[in-house]
Design a protein. Structure first.
Length: 156
């Protein structure tokens, strides 16, 4: 490598899974329709560019968790069970992806001591990522689907 040449690092992967992004996008679509109205799975799939088969699995998981309901018949489809103001991004992410923590020792719901850690109290890496985790949780646990529909109101 010559002087001034920079190594390019490859992107390792998403911070949230594609499945979680699809789940949030499907919920946002449902949040846009009037309360009590439904959307067919094909509509959501087309509107959000989500593969229909994958969307079926995601909606089933969201249904089991009490976020959505499905109706059969002419006015059938999916609808939100909760108001968009009552669905936090954090709860959806935890349902789909699990803990919202970059290190296992920072997880609230799946705590596990890091294998290579001698002392959590004096771990410099843990202290930095604890700040990241707390800030991330603050945003995710205070941002609703309704908030996401008002992009101009979201703090940057």
């Amino acid at each position: 490598m010559g002087r001034g040449t920079r190594l390019r690092r490859e992107y390792v992967g998403p911070m949230i899974s594609q499945k979680a992004k699809y789940a949030l996008r499907a919920l946002v679509s449902l949040a846009r329709v009037s309360r009590g109205e439904t959307m067919m799975i094909g509509e959501i799939s087309r509107e959000q560019a989500i593969p229909k088969k994958f969307l079926e699995q995601i909606l089933l998981e969201l249904k089991r968790a009490g976020f959505v309901a499905s109706r059969r018949g002419r006015s059938g489809g999916y609808e939100l069970l909760k108001a968009p103001e009552d669905i936090m991004f954090g709860e959806v992410l935890r349902l789909i992806d699990g803990p919202v923590a970059p290190l296992p020792c920072l997880s609230k719901i799946a705590y596990k001591r890091c294998k290579d850690c001698r002392d959590e109290a004096s771990c410099e890496i843990r202290h930095v990522f604890e700040r990241v985790t707390l800030a991330t949780r603050e945003v995710l646990d205070s941002t609703t689907l309704a908030d996401s529909l008002r992009l101009e109101d979201l703090p940057v």
